[in-house]
Ligand binder design. Structure first.
Ligand code: SAM
Length: 281
């Protein structure tokens, strides 16, 4: 049985027009997510990841047909203990929340979490990734997941970007959204901050003069800059790099997919600077 701590109840909702359900449904809209600073995470794995990493849960809703699922019950009890509202409802209502025909059996509403670049401290192991005006939420989610795998210190979203808190991006992160520190900043504020950044800034560009494998990545704070899917790296960002590299290509494709290029770069830097080993050999 789900316990009812802090006076919170597990409420059953059967009406499509219930305000709590309507509010959750609206979270698929960017402007609503931005205004309230909330987002949806779908599926038991993501919700457990979020709770494990201390993300603040606002509401948890699950399909009543899953009431016998022990793990789901345990997760609902954790949400109650954390002060969240817990709602049992029908699969049809779940489908309207996620706007999907085959909805997950459990969906959580969490508070977004952003970090401040100006307050961040760097050391020789810091590896940051800056994404210039990334557009595609699927690319962004994939990049967050890959960056997490390489032990990234944080991802800086520069300028007008896709949000990592859309359902598509959250899903693509496979839970890494809850472990990678995220920053967002205007181009101007980023350039101001960069002047004070004590480390090495490496940009990727189709016209970069250096092969990415030829660079001597060393133990120091590193910031890797990746360009927009259509337009590449902004001139102002290109100019603020210590080095510009290119990943060689052989076939007819004029560029690599942004998420693929990011993965190649992060692994190269990770290996060259021994970031994947516990101790530098
Ligand atoms: N038409 C764009 C251009 O002219 O730059 C292509 C952008 S590409 C799809 C998106 C980003 O991925 C680039 O800005 C760069 O950061 C990275 N990228 C993709 N292929 C690359 C390559 N071969 N060498 C270096 N960076 C690459």
């Amino acid at each position: 049985m789900i316990s009812h701590k802090k006076g919170r109840q597990v409420k059953e909702i059967t009406s499509f027009s219930n305000p709590l359900i309507k509010n959750m449904r609206a979270l698929t809209l960017k402007k609503v997510r931005e205004r309230g600073g909330m987002f949806l995470a779908e599926g038991l794995k993501l919700i457990i990841d979020a709770l494990d990493h201390g993300w603040r849960i606002h509401t948890l809703v699950f399909a009543k047909s899953n009431l016998c699922n022990m793990l789901l019950e345990k997760t609902a009890a954790r949400a109650v203990a954390a002060g969240g509202f817990v709602i049992a409802t029908s699969e049809k209502i779940m489908a309207t929340i996620t706007h999907r025909d085959n909805p997950q059996t459990i969906v959580g509403v969490f508070e977004q979490r952003w970090h401040e670049l100006e307050k961040t401290i760097f050391d020789e192991n810091s590896l940051f990734l800056g994404l210039d005006r990334i557009r595609d939420p699927g690319n962004l989610g994939t990049i967050i997941r890959t960056a997490d795998a390489t032990g990234i210190s944080g991802i800086i979203l520069i300028g007008e970007t896709a949000t990592p808190f859309s359902s598509k991006a959250v899903r693509a992160t496979m839970g890494s959204i809850f472990t990678v520190p995220l920053y967002r900043i205007s181009e101007k504020r980023f350039l101001d901050w960069r002047r004070k950044f004590p480390g090495f800034v490496i940009g990727t560009h189709l016209e970069g003069k250096l092969d990415y494998r030829s660079v001597n990545y060393t133990k120091e704070p590193i910031l890797l800059l990746m360009g927009n899917e259509q337009k590449g790296l902004l001139e102002s960002l290109t100019c603020c790099c210590n080095k510009l590299v290119q990943i060689p290509q052989k076939g007819r494709a004029d560029s690599l997919n942004l998420a693929v290029a990011t993965g190649i770069m992060l692994y190269e830097i990770g290996y060259k600077t021994f970031r994947f080993y516990k101790k530098s050999p």
